[in-house]
Design a protein. Structure first.
Length: 484
């Protein structure tokens, strides 16, 4: 593995870590391991292990987290399985799972993920919160927002607002608003040199990354409540982007570095308090550098900070006119929502009581569903570039009829007791996933249905003239499921 790493990186890491560089490099000898995070919003560990083991995958438990598994992929690509398509798990490195664990989000809290795309950590945060509470997932890149949207939908996340703006502005727009903030910052990627050897070209340009990272951190310091938590993480080994940046911030702002309790099974070293002639605050020893190891091929840096005092925030100009309310929440007693839930009760057997813990957004012909903790927080959404909140629940079809979304059907499938169709033929399953039409006789002749295979919910369809037409959304179809 080391032969693939540019010699200039060896020189750099020796300057940074000195005689401890072998702690980093030796971990790269193990090569890449595939790890997955079980999505407990949709399934449980035993169920998923049984399904994947039946399909020939060899799985290994990790002491690291109960919902994490190492996968032997010799028997096929796990990313090509139906279970991956359905969002029963997320392919995610062990190191990437650590920052949300350190953040420790709780169901009733308000959380900001300031640089969220593609959504690995956002979906983990929502999972740890059991889809309760409030999450704001922001990313400045419009193209990356599409990937974030796809992953939120696939994983069944409904407590999250998706925001598209520069993260450096959020602190001024929403000062002292969040209990906890994750800053998983854009970085030089020198901790993942094993899969991106070209990252060595970033070494002369580290200050470019430091500038962005500092802007995001200052925004987070403003946006978190006094007494709240910020977790800062990068996938780089550069002290400029890590210890040196944190040293600068704790000398300028009311922040304390906190001890971290790391999951079992990780290889790590304390943060640096000296690099060459430079010395940093002694509390930087509480930060952590995750080292590549048998279960984790990536180098990561993680800091947990507590805001100890108030910060002066300048008034920021709002990004758009706010006279018209853009987001307004409705509860299950709203007349329009009652009509919809009554229809789904009649069509799919969903108990009317099921809807009471949720809030709803009516957006033209579309209804979205989110967690009840968003109540009273419309002003927050209307001060930032909110793309959407929650997940799509339904669209109106015609007077008195609604079309249930595939994303929500996959999440609430256990409550669907009527108009279910089970597919067993692999060709038919493939046709359905690719948004095609299955032309044969079915017992159900007309109307909306929810389609299953082996008890797993594929999504929604509609019966028309005796044929089953898939209603798989464009964002979810053609993802490369292997049906062989």
């Amino acid at each position: 593995m080391n032969q693939q790493i540019p010699p200039s990186f060896h020189d750099y890491i020796e300057r940074v870590l000195g005689n401890r560089k072998d702690l980093f490099l030796s971990g790269l000898e193990f090569g890449k391991k595939t790890s997955i995070r079980i999505n407990t919003l949709k399934t449980d560990k035993n169920t998923l292990k049984n399904i994947l083991s039946r399909d020939g995958f060899v799985l290994r438990d990790l002491d690291f987290a109960d919902y994490a598994l190492i996968v032997d992929e010799e028997n096929g690509l796990i990313s090509k399985t139906i279970e991956h398509f359905l969002g029963l798990f997320y392919i995610q490195s062990v190191a990437s799972m650590v920052p949300p664990i350190v953040l420790d989000p709780q169901p009733g809290e308000m959380i900001l993920d300031i640089s969220a795309a593609p959504g690995s950590k956002t979906t983990q945060i929502a999972q740890l919160m059991q889809n309760r509470g409030v999450v704001v997932a922001n990313d400045w890149d419009g193209k990356r927002i599409k990937t974030l949207s796809h992953n939120l939908d696939r994983m069944g996340v409904l407590n999250t607002a998706m925001v598209n703006m520069g993260g450096e502005r959020i602190g001024n727009l929403l000062p002292a608003s969040f209990d906890k903030i994750l800053v998983d910052a854009p970085c030089s990627a020198l901790g993942v040199i094993h899969k991106a050897p070209q990252a060595v070209a970033n070494i002369p340009m580290l200050q470019k990354f430091v500038f962005i990272q500092e802007q995001l951190m200052v925004s987070a310091i403003k946006a978190v409540k006094t007494g709240g938590t910020i977790v800062y993480s990068t996938c780089t080994i550069s002290p400029e982007e890590n210890e040196k940046l944190i040293h600068t911030l704790i000398t300028k702002y009311p922040l304390e570095i906190e001890e971290m309790i790391l999951p079992n099974g990780l290889h790590w070293m304390e943060g640096l308090t000296r690099v060459g002639d430079e010395t940093f605050h002694p509390s930087l020893a509480k930060t952590v550098r995750l080292l590549p190891s048998e279960i984790n091929p990536e180098g990561f840096f993680i800091t947990k900070l507590r805001k100890t005092g108030d910060v002066i925030v300048k008034n920021d100009k709002e990004p758009f006119h706010n006279k018209k309310i853009r987001f307004e929440f409705h509860n299950a007693d709203d007349r329009n929502i009652r009509n919809m839930t009554a229809y789904f009760g009649e069509r799919f057997g969903i108990d009317p009581e099921f809807w009471k813990p949720y809030l709803f957004v009516i957006k033209e012909d579309e209804i979205l569903i989110t967690s009840s903790e968003w109540a009273g927080k419309e002003s927050m959404l209307n001060r930032i570039y909110t793309h959407r909140v929650g997940t799509r629940l339904a669209r109106t079809r015609r007077e008195g009829e609604w079309k249930l979304s595939t994303n929500f059907a996959q999440l609430c499938h256990q409550h669907i007791t009527k108009n279910r169709i089970e597919l067993t033929d692999l060709k038919e399953i493939e046709t359905f996933i690719e948004a095609g039409t299955i032309r044969r006789e079915f017992e159900i002749k007309q109307g909306g249905v929810v389609v299953f295979t082996d008890g797993l919910p594929l999504g929604c369809g509609v019966m028309h003239q005796g044929n089953l037409k898939s209603q798989m959304p464009k964002s979810r179809k053609v993802i490369g499921v292997d049906f062989d």
